[in-house]
Design a protein around this ligand. Structure first.
Ligand code: GLC
Length: 749
């Protein structure tokens, strides 16, 4: 293949059309003599899943070994973009060795409901966190000359009926919740590719959604890469290409429809050229890395990165009486099959073959730590074997402390279906009951891709580690944390509700008859729980440490009409080296629309030696204060007061202060439908209202009743085209006076 960068003008119509669909299920279409490489593209997103077969068939099972990093459910608990970037760089090195030009990930769809089958693969219920973490994957991978695919664009938040269902969502919820992670990453890191989602958005399939793929993605956000379909998401080649889809995956062998479309005018030549040129550019970007031969990545080094990522993905939820870390000489019972057979990744297209795995028991052995193991239960659906319970109880009785490994077996959650309950398997809960009756020092270690109910049993145990899914090095990471080599630093990226029914999306989940209404609007996760003061088992952003920290010298100030800055000092007040995350939330104190009580708008994780202090600084831009106004069809920072909160979880706010912002001075033009109150409060309209009152006093217009609270309240909410209701016959003249004076004022500007 030559190194020239071909232009679309060098291609025939048929060649251009061929570029807009894959060469096979896992390759781009190449045009050898034109220098367009048919490079491999394949999953992600938490490790390379490259089919071992040569046919390019849709084989999800036989894949080449690759490092299995913690899936997003774990990695997102790290709140550490630099670590996440290191994971991206390592994955890229494995792509170079395996000649994969684009790794399909990260997946930044919002965890709208914890029952979602792919919550394990998604980052957070909060778009700011999802975007500011997953950007590390894109930057890390692409820094090595390999591409990523930011997916699934957009509003793909459930597995139920995912290829057909219409997510009916307001423009405001779209802009404030479901798009910002994509927007931030596109504007910050320009992922080489995007993958459009299976579902419809307000009735239009993502693949055919020109508003989404062209107007917003390219027109508003300045995206310069290509958009591919999710596998099987392109149902109309012509409509999709016209909407801005560059690439149909896998190929449906219907390129003739594109050729015919150009000939009959349903596809513009310009549109095809743009889509095909994007594919040529993608190939050119990948060429250098794909031309590297003989490269071998360092599997040991990548395993160490996986271990470090797993260390920081573990969230300490409960640690009564400092039961953790355990002493190395503690007499420990390890109960639960997950300690021997780790659940370390999710199911479906992201399922990979790890280069190695380390179970907790293996890691104990490596660290020469003794423990008595009892499987406690099997991971299948078979009824509990009483002998396993008895064995577990014996182990619990014979030791000082119990590490009880519980979680969701592989079959319980995956791409392709949603869960119907948050509960742990009944037989595991039965073993928990028996073990807690036999030993009062129990620490539960959870392995799960999405939230499980903890409220029913958490008071029975002394400690809880939410370890999510930790990838291939999870066993070693758990030993690191449980025995104190590492202080846990994970923070929840997803609220843990008391009950499934408490979730704000529960009444609209998973939809019916082909549609799902996002009735909760922007009130997703903690935005709902904190606004409506609902109890949660553990809040967004929560996670304990073995160390203690102090936040001080918090200084918050406005730096402009729509910006502010925050400074603080964080100190490690313990004897243990550890990391802590400072979280920053913005709470609007008044708004013309219903806004969440507060929203995450900044975070930084710092690692501190005992006694060490670090100054942290946040610059809050306009978007930290803005809401999406459906009236303006744009972001709007309303004039007023905003409380800025600094803390270590959404419900552990250590300091706050209020800033007064002028706002962005956006104003809707006044018209006959604007209320009297809007006219009165408007800088221009208000002066005209005063002149109208003077005209009324002079008898040239009807008098506006003054000092009559009832009338004023009634007037304020009344569009001025209805003034006759209050002012009688002269009302129409008053309305016309206002409109004429306003028109004159506007034209005089
Ligand atoms: C799947 C997934 C997508 C994946 C693709 C290729 O259906 O939705 O995330 O990248 O197909 O496996």
């Amino acid at each position: 293949m030559n190194d020239m960068n071909p232009s679309v003008d060098d291609l025939t119509l048929e060649q251009k059309a061929s570029l807009t669909s894959g060469g096979d299920a896992w390759h781009l279409q190449g045009i050898e003599d034109k220098g367009v490489g048919g490079y491999m593209i394949t999953d992600g997103p938490h490790g390379l899943r490259k089919t071992a077969g040569e046919t390019g068939a849709l084989d999800l099972n036989h894949t080449v070994p690759a490092t299995c990093f913690p899936p997003a459910a774990g990695l997102s608990s790290s709140w550490n973009p630099e670590l996440i970037r290191a994971v991206g760089e390592a994955m890229a090195e494995e792509c170079i060795q395996e000649k994969v030009g684009v790794i399909l990930g990260p997946a930044v769809n919002i965890k709208r409901n914890p029952l979602g089958g792919r919550c394990f693969e998604y980052w957070s219920e909060d778009p700011y966190l999802a975007g500011h973490e997953a950007v590390g994957i894109v930057e890390g991978v692409q820094s090595k000359g390999v591409g990523t695919s930011l997916k699934h664009f957009a509003v793909n938040n459930q597995e139920t009926d995912r290829l057909r269902i219409s997510a009916n969502v307001s423009q405001r919820a779209l802009r404030e919740i479901y798009l910002p992670a994509f927007e931030y990453i596109v504007k910050t890191a320009q992922p080489w590719t995007m993958m459009c989602a299976y579902n419809r958005i307000n009735g239009v399939h993502s693949a055919q959604n020109r508003w989404l793929l062209t107007d917003v993605l390219r027109g508003e956000w300045g995206y310069r890469g290509i958009v591919m379909s999710d596998w099987g998401a392109d149902h109309d080649r012509v409509a999709s290409l016209n909407a801005g889809l560059n690439l149909e995956m896998p190929p449906s062998y219907t390129d003739d429809e594109i050729v015919e479309g150009v000939k009959n005018g349903t596809v513009s030549r310009r549109q095809l050229d743009d889509m095909a040129q994007g594919m040529i550019d993608l190939s050119a970007k990948a060429r250098a890395a794909m031309s590297i031969d003989g490269y071998r990545y360092d599997a040991d080094a990548h395993h160490d990165i996986a271990r470090r990522a797993a260390d920081e993905s573990i969230v300490l939820l409960k640690n009564d009486d400092g039961i953790l870390p355990l002493r190395r000489d503690a007499h420990v019972a390890v109960i639960g099959e997950f300690a021997r057979t780790p659940r370390y990744q999710g199911g479906g297209s992201s399922h990979i073959t790890p280069t190695r795995t380390t179970s907790f028991l293996q890691a104990l052995e490596t660290e020469r730590l003794d423990a008595q193991f009892a499987p406690g239960f099997t991971l299948d659906d078979e009824p509990q074997d009483r002998r396993l319970t008895d064995e577990a109880v014996d182990a619990a009785r014979s030791n000082d402390v119990v590490l009880l490994f519980m979680g969701l077996p592989e079959e319980a959650e995956s791409e392709g279906f949603d869960r119907t309950s948050l509960d742990l398997p009944a037989k595991q809960l039965a073993v928990l009951d028996a073990v807690c009756a036999a030993n009062s020092h129990v620490v539960v270690v959870l392995s799960n891709g999405s939230v499980v109910s903890v409220a029913p049993w958490r008071d029975r145990v002394s400690g809880i580690l939410e370890s999510w899914l930790l990838g291939q090095a999870g066993g070693s990471a758990l030993v690191d944390v449980i025995f104190g080599a590492v202080s846990p630093s994970g923070k929840l990226a997803q609220s843990i509700p008391m009950r499934m029914q408490d979730d704000p999306s529960a009444m609209n989940w998973p939809g019916e008859e082909g549609h799902v209404d996002y009735g909760e609007g922007v009130f997703v996760g903690y935005r709902y729980y904190d606004t409506f003061e609902r109890d949660v088992a553990y809040p967004f952003g929560y996670g304990l440490s073995y160390a203690t920290f102090a936040l001080s010298d918090v200084a918050i100030e406005a730096t402009g009409p729509v910006t502010a800055s925050v400074r603080a000092t964080i100190t490690n007040t313990s004897e243990i080296a550890a990391a802590q995350t400072v979280e920053l939330y913005v709470a609007p104190l008044q708004a013309d629309v219903a806004r969440p009580r507060h929203e995450l708008k900044g975070f930084v994780k710092v690692r501190l030696e005992p006694g060490e202090s670090r100054h942290v600084h946040f610059d809050l831009d306009e978007r930290a204060f803005a809401y999406w106004s459906q009236l303006f069809g744009d972001w709007h920072v309303q004039r007023g007061r905003y409380r800025i909160e600094v803390g270590t979880s959404s419900r552990d706010i250590v300091a706050d202060d209020v800033v007064e912002l002028e706002g962005d001075a956006k104003r809707m033009p006044l018209d006959a439908w604007s209320t009297y109150g809007q006219w009165r409060k408007d800088p221009v309209g208000g002066r005209i209202v005063e002149r109208m009152k003077a005209e009324g006093e002079a008898g040239r217009l009807p008098r506006i009743p003054e000092n009559n609270v009832g009338v004023e309240l009634f007037l304020d909410s009344m569009p001025i085209n209805s003034l006759t209701v209050i002012l009688g016959k002269g009302g129409r003249a008053a309305t016309q006076y206002l409109l004429d004076e306003y028109a004159a004022a506007v034209s005089a500007r």
